[in-house]
Design a protein around this ligand. Sequence first.
Ligand SMILES: Nc1ncnc2c1ncn2[C@@H]1O[C@H](COP(=O)(O)OP(=O)(O)OP(=O)(O)O)[C@@H](O)[C@H]1O
Length: 720
Amino acid sequence: MENYLDTLNPQQYEAVTSTEGCIRVIAGAGSGKTRALSHRFAYLVNEIGIMPGNILCVTFTNKSANEMRQRIHNLTGDNDTGFISTFHGFCNTILLEESYAVSYPKNFIVLDNADIDEMLRMIYEERNLTLRHMTFSKARDMIEIVKLKERPEYYLDLIHMNVEQLKEKYLRAHTPKDIIFYGYLYQQKKCFGLDYNDLILLTLYIFENHEDIKRKWQEKLEYIMIDEFQDIDDLQYRLMKVLAGFHQNLFIVGDPDQTIYTWRGARIQYLMDFDREFPNVKTIMMPQNYRSTPEILNAANSLIAKNEQRIRKELVPVCPHGLAVQVHEAKTEKEEARWILQTIQSLHQEGIEYRDIAILYRAHYITRSIEDEFLKEELPYTIYSGVQFYARMEIKDALSYLRMIVYKDDLSFLRVVNTPKRNIGERRMKFLKNYAEQNHVSLYEALKLCVDDDLFKATKGKAFIALIERFSKEYPGQPVSEVLTSLLDQSGYETMLRTEGSQERLDNLAELKQSILDYEISCGEEADLEHYLAHIALFTNADLEMKQNSVKLMTVHTAKGLEFEHVFLIGMNEGMFPTKKVNSLESMEEERRLAFVAMTRAKKSLFLTESNGRNFDGSPKYPSRFILDIDPRYLTFTPPMSETLIEDARQYIEIHERFLRFKIDQPAWKAGDRVEHAVFGPGTIVDTDPLNNVHTIRFDKLNTERKISYRAKLKKIEAQ
Ligand SMILES: Nc1ncnc2c1ncn2[C@@H]1O[C@H](COP(=O)(O)OP(=O)(O)OP(=O)(O)O)[C@@H](O)[C@H]1O
């Protein structure tokens, strides 16, 4: 049998066999990072004899964790694949053991967006807020920003305050922002719900305050490996440092050209400064690319070379030659979609499977015209990460039923008690809420205590309680997939969908059951219901298996880490890719890296498409600067682009670049600051919007507020 180590190139081999101390691998796209990581894990286990449970391998998504687990299983033959998870997933695992240290029960709930929305709904209802005050998605963003930036100590409230104290704080809040924020903390504490930030912060808190617990985990983790290190953020970095504090065996892999999460707090500096932060770091470079043809790599290399803030490195092709990268310019968006469809049809006629084709784009809205064409011609396609699969109504309902039989928590109760209808509508629910509040019991307990009252006579409350009690007793030891199947059947949920004729929803449930089966197979013994529920909130749409034989449509962010035989990168117009939102040179460089990530997903062929015409605001459409950045020797244009269009585009891009280069050398103003404007005189900053580079200022002499660009010179008026 071929030794698994023989499949590695010299750099990969070095990375795999350098086990002690701090190792940094700077690797290019498609250079076999995943291969290096999985083989290193296998090497530690097979050759050195390390126990898998003493290795932590951190991946960026659950999907990559699953893939990694599978690969490692194949290499080691061992069912115990140690800790392979995201940072959040790993904190979840730690908290399942240690949450008592912050007085949280073992059955805390990991909240996903839909849970948070459910809480927001309650808060809005209670405090008469409407979506006009803030949409749910803005409220979620606001909560995250407040947690990360404005009140980073918030978690101390969550840990030290009891429900009553948090409720006090919530009731005392009077601005919509405070009401929502404290309402959310109160709701969180009520059901011991934790969101992604809390998972990491609570873990860090426990480590900082409990030396024994910290030491236990540090000693356990003899080897730590981290993938996609270029996208690590502050909290994750802090956590990593603590975890590696004892054995100091840290292996990190990253590609500075693939940082695409700066907007979410990723700091590439951690990768670049790693050798200064840690002792005796060994750096290994992996430039060979095994994925793409030299034609694709030449084009990608010449694009990324345009970034100024960058360490120069080129991807070195290993694959044989293929076709040139094709650029297609269409007259309209509709024609662009039509061309894509026809090209896919002819690829298919040549024997290429639909599943090997991916369409990538910067933002979702662009898929509409593609979908129109595909639907007309019945070309099979799947959109990834549109509405999050796990956020779909029927999926949430099904998971809430599962959660209900384990946790009997209020959130799940609210979702399922009257779905299907059990005649427990608004009035009865209000009664239950009051009762629960006054008697300090959960809603489910309240129903159990009141079900014999007259108010509940005409309901199916009793049957619901019997169902939950029966399943609560019976689920331990049963496979999750079986529990779910009978629960959906006996609760009447599936019948309800069938009566409604919701075939799509039934199909989604079938998909969920399939994903649970896959989960059971990949997790082995750990696959009990509690474990499943503890991890489900961390799953995302991208984690679902991409099984169907259909063309895949997804954003470039979703495509990160994936590869496809044939890639169409579409909507390559100024304002779309790069997006309009770019407002600094740094974010333009991040945008270019994103285009680089997109191009390097392709193995055999790559098509870049764009269209003429006008944008929504009436301005003319230009081809993306990223197309013009690529050395034309590496592109074939079908049809050739008009010289005047290229000229106009270049002019537009030059002006835009000049604007981006314009340095804002102002002190950072904040709301409340008194400033002097050259024309309007003194005023007070009401708000500042760094995304659009604009302040809102109330000038003493004007009746209404003005939006003033960061470009305007302002002088500080010192307080008297
Ligand atoms: N030594 C090797 N010999 C042959 N093929 C290899 C070798 N190393 C990796 N490959 C192949 O190259 C491709 C890319 O590998 P992998 O997905 O591990 O890259 P990556 O560095 O994680 O990519 P990216 O960062 O772009 O997502 C895979 O198809 C893999 O099988």
